[in-house]
Design a protein around this ligand. Structure first.
Ligand code: NI
Length: 242
């Protein structure tokens, strides 16, 4: 082997070693970065745990919601009892039921309750055309706004049936529920109270109907019993904003 060959071999070995060293350094660097990532991720997880821990220490809240009203007698009874207990609730009203009972809707708004749309004729929105669905929603909004003087933003679609494409046609926020004691079927105050109390948790939306005397009676007992458990009552807009 000539002297220049030795030189060439030496430099190529040096070059290979350099590349090898560089590869090790880069590998080490990325391992460190990954380690930092996982530390950041576990910190976030701890942060989330700490948040939910704090939430658990806070006052539990529930929203009472009443569908299908107003009823000329029972809704007034309900409003009296809510006022006495200083509870704000949410009402999803049927447009046609508002006709002739605008004063009840006005009272709801004046006493701080939230008013929502439950269509004009209690139609299943997934069973009608888009234009009919829009008409049902807009007609109900019109009578509600005329009665309470406020723009209505929330809708509870009858039977919980909503079609996604309606979001592009009407500017409404859909509110469903998380506790359903089936009060319309039970029509039994004690059974409705039991069904709610067995099921309720922090952040729940309770579905009731103020068109039944038994449901109005149940609502009062639910409020009194949940207060004993430390619950607070909010409107659905307060629950959804949190
Ligand atoms: Ni309904």
């Amino acid at each position: 082997m000539q002297k220049t060959d030795w030189h060439r071999l030496f430099f190529s070995l040096l070059f290979t070693a350099g590349i090898f060293l560089l590869a090790i350094l880069l590998e080490e660097q990325s391992r460190k970065a990954a380690a930092v990532d996982s530390v950041v991720q576990s910190a976030l997880a701890v942060g989330a745990d700490a948040d939910s821990g704090a939430a658990a220490g806070q006052t539990p809240v529930v929203a009472l919601t009443f569908d299908d009203g107003p009823h000329p007698v029972y809704t007034e009874t309900l409003l009296d009892g809510l006022k006495e207990r200083e509870v704000k609730a949410t009402f999803f009203l049927i447009g046609v039921n508002v006709e002739g009972h605008e004063d009840i809707v006005e009272r709801m708004a004046a006493e701080g309750h939230l008013i929502g749309n439950h269509t004009y004729h209690h139609v299943q929105l997934t069973k009608v055309s888009d234009s009919e669905a829009c008409h049902e929603i807009e007609e109900a909004n019109a009578v509600l706004t005329a009665a309470c003087g406020e723009v209505v933003h929330y809708i509870r679609p009858p039977y919980g049936s909503w079609q996604e494409d309606l979001y592009s046609l009407v500017d409404m926020q859909v509110v469903l529920w998380s506790v359903d004691p089936r009060d319309w079927q039970l029509k039994d105050t004690d059974a409705v109270v039991r069904a709610v109390l067995d099921d309720v948790e922090d952040g729940d939306i309770i579905l009731l109907h103020d068109v039944y005397k038994t449901s109005v009676g149940a609502a009062f007992q639910i409020i009194d019993r949940l207060r004993e458990r430390g619950f607070e009552f909010v409107r659905v807009d307060e629950l959804l904003l949190d």
